[in-house]
Design a protein around this ligand. Structure first.
Ligand code: 13P
Length: 271
C-alpha cells in the first residue's frame, strides 16, 4: 500500500471476503447486513477502501437484491466461472450470468480450484478471458504449496502461474486485473506469510507485469495477499508497498472481524 502526497492510496485498497462453501442464502444475507451495519456505524469510507464479498453462487441473487434495495456500497462477485459462454456444461456458471447478477468481480484459479478440481493454467487463462468478455473483473489467484516454498522456488513457481494466467491479455485488461497471492501453506492453517513474504511476492508479481505490459500498466494492477488474514495482522501486511489489498477466507465469515480488517487503517499505528 503506497500513500500519495495527498494522503490517498496510489491504488485503491481492496478488502475481499471469500466465503468459500459457507453461508446458505439466508445466512449470507444476515452476514452481509451485519457487515454493512458495522461498517456504517464505523462511518467506513468506501471511496477510500473498496469492500467486496464472494458468496456461493446460490447466494448471489439475494446479495444483489440486498445491495440494490439498501443501496449498499459493498461490491460482490462469484467464486468461479466457466471458460465457456453457454451450452452443454452441466453445473457450470457463465460469466454472462454473473454480469447479469451485478457481479463486479470473479475469483479465478483459487488454490482450491487448482488442487481439488485440477484446473490447469490453460483453463484458468481461458477463464480470465471469459471474465473480461462478460465485463466481470477477474481476481487471478496464484501461489505456491509448502513443498515449493521449502525448496525455495516459490517466486519462479508463482510467476509461471501468473504468466500463464495473463497470456494474451491486452495492456488495458492487465491494468484492470486483480492478482491475489495466496501461498497454499498459509490458507486456513493459521500460518501467515510474514508481511515481508507478502511484499516479496507482490513486488515480484508487479515486476513481472511490468516486463510483460510496461511500467504504467503494472503501476495500476492491484495485488492482494491472502492466507490466514485476521484483524490483528491485516494492518502490518497492508503497509507493505506492493500489497494493495487482502483476500480473506475464514475471518470474513464473522462480520465484526471482517469489518475490523476493512478498517485496517485504524490499526495502522499498532502495526
Ligand atoms: O483462501 C483464502 C481466501 O481466498 C484464505 O483463507 P483463510 O483466510 O481462511 O486462510
Amino acid at each position: 500500500m503506497t500513500i500519495s502526497a495527498n494522503g490517498y492510496f496510489v491504488r485503491k485498497p481492496f478488502i475481499a471476503g471469500n466465503w468459500k462453501m459457507n453461508m446458505d442464502h439466508v445466512q449470507g444475507i444476515t452476514l452481509l447486513q451485519k457487515l454493512a451495519w458495522t461498517l456504517s456505524d464505523a462511518k467506513h469510507d468506501y471511496s477510500r477502501v473498496e469492500v467486496a464479498v464472494f458468496p456461493p453462487f446460490t447466494d448471489l441473487r439475494g446479495v444483489q437484491t440486498l445491495v440494490q434495495g439498501d443501496e449498499l456500497d459493498v461490491v460482490y462477485g462469484g467464486q468461479d466461472l466457466s471458460q465457456f459462454d453457454s451450452g452443454a456444461y452441466t453445473g457450470d456458471i457463465s460469466g454472462q450470468f454473473l454480469n447479469k447478477l451485478g457481479c463486479a468481480y470473479v475469483l479465478v484459479g483459487h488454490s482450491e480450484r487448482r488442487t481439488i478440481h485440477h484446473e490447469d493454467d490453460l483453463i484458468l487463462n481461458a477463464k480470465v478471458k471469459a471474465a473480461f468478455r462478460h465485463g466481470v473483473t477477474p481476481v487471478l489467484c496464484v501461489g505456491e504449496g509448502l513443498e515449493v516454498r521449502q525448496a525455495g522456488t516459490h517466486v519462479k513457481h508463482t510467476l509461471a502461474q501468473l504468466r500463464a494466467g495473463v497470456e494474451g491479455l491486452s495492456a488495458e485488461q492487465a491494468g484492470e486485473l486483480v492478482v491475489a497471492y495466496e501461498p497454499v501453506w498459509a490458507i486456513g492453517t493459521g500460518e501467515v506469510a510474514g508481511p515481508e513474504d507478502a511484499q516479496e511476492m507482490c513486488a515480484a508479481i508487479r515486476a513481472e507485469l511490468a516486463s510483460l505490459f510496461g511500467d504504467a500498466v503494472a503501476a495500476k494492477t492491484r495485488l492482494l495477499y491472502g492466507g490466514s488474514v485476521k484483524a490483528n495482522n491485516a494492518a502490518a501486511i497492508m503497509v507493505e508497498g506492493d500489497v494493495d489489498g487482502l483476500l480473506v477466507g475464514g475471518a470474513s465469515l464473522d462480520a465484526a472481524e471482517f469489518a475490523n480488517i476493512v478498517r485496517f487503517e485504524s490499526h495502522l499505528s499498532a502495526a
